[in-house]
Design a protein around this ligand. Structure first.
Ligand SMILES: *[C@@H]1O[C@H](CO)[C@@H](O)[C@H](O)[C@H]1NC(C)=O
Ligand SMILES: *[C@@H]1O[C@H](CO)[C@@H](O)[C@H](O)[C@H]1NC(C)=O
Length: 453
């Protein structure tokens, strides 16, 4: 099995290098291709040392390999700084990944003091300002010590120019307040700490996911006190206008929509997921239904109507199917057949949550973990087809059902924050690590326990 997986990863690398273009030259959209200007601002001061600087270069190469480099896709620039900043690689200089990687490999370590503020201002004036593309702009600032100049003004000027800043602090000499001043808010998303340069490879995957979220998930969904990056699919498909009837999930005040067979909840994928989906995401849907056939709660079709991604409810054998792309056959389907999946078919309200990662997919029903299934590596999606909800499998006919929520969260951590409080009778789960509270439960409890004064 381990051999098989290693082999699959090799196949993936080969395929991804060659198969971004397919089907009449149409591109598979994903983080690999989402148009982005990405600038790395690397600390080249004395404290780093030549050996560690080589590690940083390798790390940069590893991250850059995840992207398709080119004028239509991602462009990478590099600034090295110590007392003064040096323009190592201008944005858009290299039209292929290979040339860019070679250029990163031949950067020479500077040595000197640490003037981080000056370096950020330089990236703004000489790299970003020279790029005329209208797209996602990201700067990743790497430092291993306190800056000898002010970082705040330069970082704010960059933010004013719509540049998103990440700050990575290496070792114990960095100052947390400074990293926070450089990076965007919230710091939990945009600031990283690693103990030393060897450990920097540990944040490669999370960096890849975070960079991807910036370019692929531009919209924010208000959830509790936070704004989560993601896609509100009900909103994207215009459910408010199309489904006229509202229903209340009593005893809560939460409203849902009644979808009848006359409603068509479809939209061009290019309008809903213009750059595809990130490598990891959370699908959440709350619904009730009576239909006993096989239907797609959500699906992304190719132009000729084949499902690329789908969450399918099989009312015949009461299972749940997840379809996604695959490097093997173009497509893969996993079936969740745990006996607890049957509860979805009891005609009541239930929340389905799928945590999709690069390795596997985990099903949760009403905030309870049900089953985990491995996935083969996936490909990007073609965005020329339709995105639909509530359709019989293989047909255009709409299923009659009620829906309250249907979203994609781009941050996989949202899986730990999401509650199922909209489900009537849902009791919040007390968990030492991730306590979840429903506002209504909390109110009810305080009524019981609080003595009247
Ligand atoms: C780069 O990737 C290679 C292969 O996956 C890995 O062995 C190495 O540790 C990575 N280096 C860094 C610095 O991320
Ligand atoms: C490839 O797809 C075909 C049908 O579409 C299926 O029968 C076959 O099992 C798949 N192969 C793999 C390796 O998944």
């Amino acid at each position: 099995m381990a051999h098989q997986i290693t082999f699959l990863r090799m196949v993936l690398v080969l395929l991804l290098q060659n198969s971004v273009l397919a089907e009449d030259g149409e591109i598979r959209s994903s983080c690999r291709t989402a148009p982005t200007d990405l600038v790395f601002i690397l600390d080249g001061s004395y404290s780093v040392g030549p050996e560690n600087f080589e590690i940083v270069k390798k790390w940069l190469v590893n991250i850059t390999k995840n992207f398709d480099i080119g004028p239509k896709f991602i462009q990478v620039g590099v600034v090295q700084y110590s007392d003064y900043p040096v323009l190592e690689i201008p944005l858009g200089r290299h039209e292929s990944g290979e040339k860019l990687l070679a250029a990163v490999g031949s950067i020479h370590y500077l040595g000197g003091n640490t003037r981080t503020g000056k370096a950020i201002q330089f990236a703004l004036d000489y790299l970003f300002a020279k790029s005329s593309r209208f797209l996602t702009k990201i700067a990743v600032v790497l430092t291993d010590g306190k800056s000898q100049d002010e970082v705040k003004d330069a970082a704010e000027a960059a933010r004013d120019s719509k540049i998103t800043l990440f700050a990575i602090g290496v070792g114990s000499e960095t100052e947390d307040a400074e990293l926070r001043a450089i990076a965007n808010k919230p710091s939990s998303t945009y600031v990283f700490h690693v103990e030393d340069y060897i450990a920097i490879s540990k944040i490669r995957e999370v960096m890849k996911q975070k960079l991807c979220e910036e370019s692929v998930c531009p919209t924010r969904i208000p959830v509790a006190a936070r704004d989560e990056k993601g896609f509100d699919i009900l909103l994207g498909l215009g459910v408010k206008k199309k489904a006229k009837k509202r229903i209340q999930l009593s005893p809560t005040k939460i409203k849902g929509y009644e979808v009848t067979s006359k409603v068509d909840l479809s939209e061009s994928t290019s309008n809903v997921f213009p750059e595809g989906l990130p490598p990891s995401y959370v699908f959440v849907s709350t619904q009730r239904f009576k239909v006993k056939k096989m239907w797609d709660l959500w699906r992304i079709l190719t132009m000729d109507g084949r499902p690329q991604i789908a969450v399918t409810l099989n009312g015949v054998d009461k299972t749940l199917l997840f379809t996604t792309t695959s490097v093997i056959n173009g497509s893969q389907v996993v079936t969740f057949a745990d006996p607890r999946v049957k509860t979805l078919y009891d005609e009541g309200w239930h929340q389905i949550r799928l945590l999709v990662t690069e390795q596997d997919v985990t099903l949760y029903i009403d905030d309870q973990q049900i089953e985990n299934k491995p996935l083969h590596p996936v490909l990007g999606i073609f965005i020329s087809g339709q995105t639909q909800i509530g359709k019989y499998s293989g047909k255009e006919e709409t299923v009659q059902f009620d829906v309250q929520k249907l979203r994609i969260y781009c941050d996989p951590e949202q899986n730990n924050r999401e509650t199922a409080c909209e489900i009537p009778g849902f009791v919040s789960r007390m968990d030492d690590f991730f306590p979840k509270w429903c506002p209504s439960t909390f109110k009810a409890m305080s009524k019981i326990h609080m003595p009247t004064l």
